[in-house]
Design a protein around this ligand. Structure first.
Ligand SMILES: *Cc1c(COP(=O)(O)O)cnc(C)c1O
Length: 361
C-alpha cells in the first residue's frame, strides 16, 4: 500500500491510526453486528458515540459549561446564514472583518438578514494579511463581531484576537479548529466545517454561549434554529452519524496519541516553521502571507512565474505530494498542513522543493 502526502485544503488527510481503527470496526462496531453507518441514531450504542464525541470535544477544547456544542450539517457555509438568523436579533446589527473569501461570503450572507457592516478589509492587499481595525468604525451596539480566524485560501491567521469590548466575538474556525489551544471563553460563538481538521465532510460543529441562543429571526427554518438543535441534543433529525463517529476517533487520537492541544500546537508550529524557514531563504519560492499574519495550517507561496508554478505542482504530484495547487482564485501554491500531516511529509516536501529549485533556478 502506498499513500500520498495530501496537501489538500479540504477534505484533507485523516490520521492513519484513525483510518485503521475505523477500518477494523467497519463490519462490526463493538459487537453490535453492524457498522456505524448502518445503525439507528436513536440506538443505545449510537448514543454512546455521539455523547462520547461531545464529551471529548468539550474536554480537549476546554469548552466551559455555559456553552452548547452542536453537531449540525450544511457546512460552514450554512453557518454564514445561521449565525445572523440566530444572533442578529436584538439590534439587527453585526460587524464583520473581511480577511478573505470566506469572511466576505459570511458578510454578504449576513447583509440579507440585517444591518451588517464591513468594518475592516485587507482586500486591497489581496488579503495577504489580517486587516488592522479602526475601533471608531466598530459599533458597540452590534449583536456580534465576526471574524474568520484562519484564512484557508490566503494562508493567514489572527495571531491576536480583536478587542470587541462587550460585543460577542463570533469566529469561523473551519481550518484551524483543534490545531492549538483556543480560549473558548473569549468567544460568543465558534463554528467549523469538520472536513479540514476533524472528520470527513458532513459534520459542522457549533460552539455557542448559552445566553446567546434565543429566539431566531422570524422565518428561520427549524433546522437552522440553534435553540431547537440545542434542546434536542443535535438529534432533532438524523445527525451525520458517521462523521460524528470519525470526529470521536480523531479526538481520541489528539487526546491519547498526541497528548492534547498544547502538544498538537507545538507539533503544528514545528511543521509550519520547517516550511516557512525554507521559503524565507529560497531564491525560487516566495511566501505570500505577511510575516505577522502567517497561518500554521495553510502555507501559500509562488515562484512568480505561472508556468513554473504549474510545472512544480505537476512534478510534485508525480512524486507523491498531491493537491499543492493554490486556490483557483489566487493561483500559485498552497500546502495545507493540518493536524494529520506528519512531520515527515513536510521534511520530504522541503527536500523535493530544494531539488526542484536546483533544477529550475
Ligand atoms: C472550507 C471553509 C469554509 C467552507 O466550508 P464548507 O463546510 O464547505 O461550507 C468556510 N470557512 C473556512 C474558513 C473554510 O476553510
Amino acid at each position: 500500500m502506498s499513500r500520498v502526502y495530501n496537501f489538500s485544503a479540504g477534505p484533507s488527510m485523516l490520521p492513519e491510526p484513525v483510518l485503521q481503527k475505523a477500518a477494523a470496526e467497519m463490519m462490526d462496531y463493538e459487537g453490535s453486528g453492524q457498522s456505524v453507518m448502518e445503525m439507528s441514531h436513536r440506538s443505545k450504542v449510537y448514543d454512546g458515540i455521539i455523547q462520547g464525541a461531545q464529551a471529548l470535544l468539550r474536554e480537549v477544547m476546554g469548552v466551559p459549561d455555559n456553552y452548547k456544542v452542536l453537531f449540525l450539517q450544511g457546512g460552514a457555509s450554512s453557518q454564514f446564514a445561521a449565525v445572523p438568523m440566530n444572533l442578529m436579533v436584538k439590534n439587527r446589527k453585526a460587524d464583520y472583518v473581511l480577511s478573505g473569501q470566506f469572511s466576505t461570503k459570511a458578510f454578504q450572507e449576513a447583509c440579507r438578514y440585517g444591518d451588517a457592516k464591513a468594518v475592516a478589509s485587507s482586500k486591497g492587499d489581496n488579503f495577504s494579511h489580517i486587516p488592522e481595525i479602526d475601533k471608531s468604525l466598530c459599533r458597540p451596539d452590534a449583536d456580534y463581531f465576526h471574524i474568520c480566524l484562519n484564512n484557508t485560501i490566503y494562508g493567514t491567521l489572527w495571531h491576536q484576537l480583536p478587542d470587541t469590548g462587550g460585543v460577542p466575538l463570533v469566529a469561523d474556525i473551519s481550518s484551524c479548529i483543534l490545531s492549538e489551544p483556543l480560549d473558548v471563553s473569549r468567544f460568543g460563538l465558534l463554528y467549523a466545517g469538520a472536513q479540514k481538521n476533524v472528520a470527513p465532510a458532513g459534520l459542522t460543529i457549533v460552539i455557542v454561549r448559552e445566553d446567546l441562543i434565543g429566539e431566531a429571526l422570524e422565518g428561520t427554518p427549524t433546522m437552522f434554529q440553534y435553540d431547537v438543535m440545542a434542546k434536542n441534543d443535535s438529534m432533532y433529525n438524523t445527525p451525520p452519524c458517521w462523521s460524528i463517529y470519525m470526529c470521536k476517533l480523531v479526538l481520541e487520537w489528539i487526546k491519547n496519541d498526541i497528548g492534547g492541544l498544547e502538544k498538537m500546537g507545538q507539533r503544528n508550529a514545528a511543521k509550519a516553521q520547517l516550511l516557512y524557514d525554507f521559503l524565507d531563504q529560497s531564491k525560487l519560492f516566495k511566501p505570500c502571507a505577511r510575516k505577522d499574519s502567517r497561518s500554521m495550517m495553510n502555507v501559500t507561496f509562488v515562484t512568480g512565474d505561472a508556468d513554473l508554478d504549474a510545472k512544480f505542482v505537476k512534478e510534485a504530484a508525480s512524486a507523491g505530494f498531491v493537491n499543492l495547487k493554490g486556490h483557483r482564485s489566487v493561483g500559485g501554491m498552497r500546502a495545507s498542513i493540518y493536524n494529520a500531516m506528519p512531520v515527515e511529509g513536510i521534511e520530504k516536501l522541503v527536500a523535493f522543493m530544494k531539488a526542484f529549485e536546483g533544477g529550475n533556478g
